[in-house]
Design a protein around this ligand. Structure first.
Ligand code: UDX
Length: 465
């Protein structure tokens, strides 16, 4: 038994972004004392007051409860975190670089700061890499950095990899009830500490080396991305063959060897992980002399899905010049205010470039979208209006495009149809029931729902008012 075996493991979380906050709060909810720190003072002060800086289902309530209980507290100095927590989770971003590789600078900065603080305490400390890093990074980069900046030896400090599998929108649930906990360690002490920290979750633990754990994370994301890209390619075929893609994928997914999830075709995957992680995985595999053809194909098919989506819009709408288009859903998927790599961005860019007048709406992501849209760059900024009300977005529209399937959009009303000049909606996720929509005066045409789109349906939509 180690000296601290009787006490609950004390957790430190460095980086209170979506993932760090979700992870830290889950530990607190499972009864572990957690100390959080973020380099940004505004994030620290919001979280310390129990205010979540992100839109994430259940996060605000969990934060309030855990701050109030005293199990989750925020400190203004990293030294205080390192003094109070023996397992320190690095949850800082690893943003993509233009080459496809990840930028390790924020992680290395955080590692150096944490390691220096470790140098100032006497007890054992464990640095856990939760940030997504390519296989080999924890051992080849983080471990030497920790030893160098802390002045310790591997007898009194360890490093480990412990990737996360949290998806935005379901993060709180995913963090509280993990399917599996993946731990990559180099020594017993780190292994034992992590197993104790995760015991209250009662999830299966998979133990590997750090490189093994890192490989699990990338393989999982690459495989999920591949599933989505596959479904998207089948959707294009379904449109050619006059078949509904969801009926096909439903039957395909009933095979337990395949499974039903991540087979929903749409405008292509977005978000901060898939594109970035699969690109980095492909680049890392290439460095190791292994061409990762399936990963590269998932990315390629995703680009092509965007082109297909735009062709689909043009097929139905005809020329876009002078048309008023209502773009519904700006987040990369419903349930989040995250717009990183959202398909709404290239769709809006293309619509504007082709001369459409775009009105765009999202229940929570208008401001994050505005920040991206207005950022300096080659983006055509004119002719796009961000609206705070759905009514304003729809008024006088020649067509609506549903990019993210927020529940409110699915409760369509006749009043909404009447606001449009032509009550026609292109459903990139096939979320609306076309027959129910028809009853409230809206013609819905779904991507992958069995086109080619009949000219008669389009004509009917144009006549209907
Ligand atoms: C993903 C992984 O799911 C998560 O395990 C990992 O930790 C981070 O990356 P996230 O990016 O939050 O999570 O979203 P996810 O739900 O996986 O969706 C990613 C993209 O794929 C979204 O644009 C979504 O709309 C799209 N998608 C997903 C589909 O188009 N069809 C599907 O069937 C599933």
């Amino acid at each position: 038994m180690t000296r601290s075996a009787g006490r609950a493991p004390r957790v430190g979380i460095v980086g209170l972004g979506y993932m760090g906050l979700g992870t830290g709060l889950a530990f607190a909810a499972r009864g572990l004392p957690v100390i959080g720190y973020d380099a940004k003072p505004e994030i620290r002060s919001a979280v310390a007051r129990g205010v979540t800086p992100y839109h994430e289902k259940g996060l605000a309530a969990l934060l309030r409860t855990q701050v109030r209980s005293g199990r989750f507290r925020v400190v203004d100095r990293l030294d205080d975190l390192v003094a109070g927590a023996e397992g320190i989770f690095l949850c800082v971003p690893t943003p993509p670089r233009p080459s496809g590789r990840i930028d390790l600078r924020p992680l290395r900065r955080a590692t150096a700061e944490v390691a220096r603080a470790i140098g100032a305490v006497t007890r054992y400390r464990l640095v856990v890499v939760k940030s997504t890093v390519v296989p080999g990074t924890t051992e080849a980069v983080v471990l030497p950095d920790v030893l160098r900046h802390s002045g310790r030896t591997p007898r009194t400090v360890s490093v480990a990899s412990n990737p996360e599998f949290l998806a935005e929108g379901t993060m709180v649930h995913d963090a509280l009830y993990p399917d599996r906990v993946v731990i990559g360690t180099l020594d017993h002490r780190a292994q034992e500490w992590l197993e104790r920290a995760y015991r209250p979750f009662r999830a299966p633990v998979v133990s590997l080396t750090p490189s093994g754990a890192e490989l699990v994370k990338y393989s999982a994301n690459a495989f999920l991305a591949l599933k989505v890209s596959f479904a998207n390619e089948v959707a294009r075929l379904a449109d050619r063959l006059g078949v509904h893609v969801d009926r096909v994928m439903d039957a395909v997914g009933r095979d337990p060897r395949i499974g039903p999830r991540f087979l929903r075709a749409g405008p292509g995957f977005g978000g901060s992980c898939f594109e970035k992680d699969v690109s980095a995985f492909v680049a890392r595999a290439r460095e190791l002399g292994v061409p990762l053809r399936t990963g590269a194909a998932a990315l390629r098919a995703n680009e092509e899905q965007m082109a297909y989506t735009l062709d689909f819009v043009r097929t139905v709408v005809g020329t876009l010049a002078g048309k008023r288009v209502a773009l519904l859903g700006l987040a990369f998927k419903a349930g989040t205010d995250d717009v990183r790599e959202s398909r709404a961005i290239p769709i809006a860019e293309r619509l504007v470039a082709e001369g459409a007048e775009v009105r765009a709406h999202d229940p929570v992501a208008v401001e994050p979208f505005r920040r991206i849209w207005m950022a300096p760059g080659p983006r055509a900024r004119g002719r796009l209006k961000l609206c705070s009300s759905l009514e304003e977005t729809l008024t006088g529209a020649d067509v609506a495009i549903l990019q993210a399937d927020w529940p409110d959009y699915l409760r369509w009303t006749r009043a909404r149809s009447r606001r449009m000049r032509r009550p026609l909606l292109l459903d990139l996720r096939r979320a609306l029931d076309p027959q129910a929509a028809e009853r409230v005066g809206l013609t819905v045409i779904g991507l992958g729902a069995g086109g080619p789109v009949s000219p008669a349906r389009i004509a009917r939509a144009r006549r209907a008012r």
